[in-house]
Design a protein around this ligand. Structure first.
Ligand SMILES: [Zn+2]
Length: 90
């Protein structure tokens, strides 16, 4: 039976083959899902897949895309919205 701290379904189990033919289980922490664009649901580039406690290790520029709506919209959706807004003005 695994340790008490490993008896949780929040950790991923990985079956690892051993040299003698047997196998053992390795436990991995589950990563959060990729950040998605709120309009088209495409995964965003430049946003790390990390838990908030680990995000403190990153520099500010490594955590987000420096653009308006950086961590929320993908570049093509933002481009479309900006074009629409400008065309509405005139
Ligand atoms: Zn999008």
């Amino acid at each position: 039976m695994p340790r008490h701290s490993l008896r949780t379904r929040s950790k991923k189990r990985l079956s690892v083959p051993l040299p003698g033919g047997g196998k053992t289980i390795h436990y991995r922490k589950e990563k959060p899902k990729k950040a998605k664009c709120s309009m088209c649901q495409r995964s965003l580039a430049g946003i790390p897949r990390s838990v908030p406690s680990q995000l403190g290790k990153y520099a500010e520029s490594e955590k987000k895309v420096v653009r308006m709506f950086g961590g929320q919209l993908c570049s093509s959706c933002l481009q479309m919205l900006l074009k629409r807004a400008v065309r509405k003005m005139f």
